[in-house]
Design a protein around this ligand. Structure first.
Ligand code: FAD
Length: 307
């Protein structure tokens, strides 16, 4: 049994593990894939104090830092069930896919999130080669170039406004007849001279030359015509899905499925804390997830001292 059991080994989970271990308490981490989303990232240029690194290097550094301390790492293990403590101060249990059960006086959930894909030909092929998901991360790579944004909800329209200040031109593509973002954002996007909005457009394929994205094809859902936009980059903004399917019905989630946390990372279950992209904490970034993991570990440690 652990004093602090961390589920998820991305930036949030790794930071929580380092903070917990430095308190001299029994710490364990179970993760499906240590490193998390950063494994899929090409360049990282916005982690303060590290000018440039790449995803696999950053993931290895996370694991290396955790291994500097006495932390049990259960890698390649998927958690499937959370069982709250039977009585206050008791052990919270986490059941793994392999049938094993891990116990913690406190548990930190940091299972992250995943970007929803368009699921059309070329998306996987040109991922990180033009097809991108995070405007804060990859926007500057397309400075002065034409890009597209897929998705006319708040995140898509925000991305279009944000990118318009960096890139040459933004084509915002929405499947439905109308943009679904807040009116203030829609008005702002419409006022920008280098943003074009296309509605009723179903993306059908990403295309490229020499291994790099060169555009996307779509069907005009009103006329049925096949059309095309030539771009160097395309930001897919059709949703970020928190990895909380396994927690449904056990603790309080937002309407988007994110774990609701308070200022110290506490969830609706005593002794269970959460951190990073899986929570309601806004802005999904490495530095934010890492800070959030540290905060949740300190929150959980505070709980341990009092129970
Ligand atoms: P994650 O990194 O998602 O880690 C979640 C962890 O939980 C993983 O170890 C995963 O295997 C594990 N897990 C999930 N479900 C289970 C389960 N049921 N049981 C056990 N373990 C589980 N941010 C930046 O700041 N800069 C960038 O340049 C940048 N580029 C990005 C590029 C791409 C392509 C992507 C996808 C994201 C990028 N991000 C970037 C966002 C950043 O990666 C995330 O905000 C950050 O990784 C979130 O950290 P996290 O620890 O909360 O979750």
């Amino acid at each position: 049994p652990y004093d602090m059991l961390i589920i998820g080994g991305g930036p949030a989970g790794a930071a929580a593990a380092v903070y917990a271990a430095r308190k001299g308490i029994r710490t364990g981490v179970a993760a499906e894939r240590f490193g998390g989303q950063v494994n899929d990232t090409l360049g990282i240029e916005n982690y303060i104090s590290v000018s440039v690194t790449d995803g696999p290097k950053f993931a290895a550094a996370l694991e290396g830092h955790v291994k500097d301390y006495k932390v049990d790492i259960h890698n390649l293990q998927r958690a499937e069930k959370l069982i709250p403590a039977a009585q206050p101060g008791g052990y919270v249990e986490v059941e793994l896919a392999n049938g094993a059960k891990l116990k913690g006086k406190t548990v930190i959930l940091s299972t992250g999130a995943r970007w929803r894909n368009v699921n059309v030909p070329g998306e996987a092929e040109y991922k990180n080669k033009g097809v991108a998901y995070c405007p804060h991360c990859d926007g500057p790579l397309f400075k002065g170039k034409p890009v597209a944004v897929i998705g006319g909800g708040n995140s898509g329209v925000e991305a279009a406004i944000d990118l318009a200040g960096i890139v040459k031109h933004v084509t915002l593509i929405e499947f439905g007849a109308e943009l679904r973002a807040d009116a203030v954002l829609v008005n702002k996007a419409r006022s920008l001279p280098n943003v074009t909005i296309i509605t009723n457009a179903q993306t059908t394929e990403f295309t490229g030359t020499n291994g790099k994205l060169d555009g996307l094809n779509y069907t005009d859902r009103v006329s049925g015509e096949a059309k095309r936009v030539e771009v160097d980059g395309c930001f897919v903004q059709i949703g970020l899905v928190p990895n909380t399917e396994w927690l449904r019905g056990t603790l309080e989630l937002s309407k988007h499925g994110e774990i609701i946390v308070d200022a110290k990372g506490a969830t609706s279950i005593p002794g269970v804390f959460a951190a990073g992209d899986v929570t309601t904490v806004p802005f999904k970034q490495i530095i934010i997830a890492a800070g959030d993991g540290a905060k949740a570990a300190l929150g959980a440690f505070d709980y341990l001292m009092r129970s």
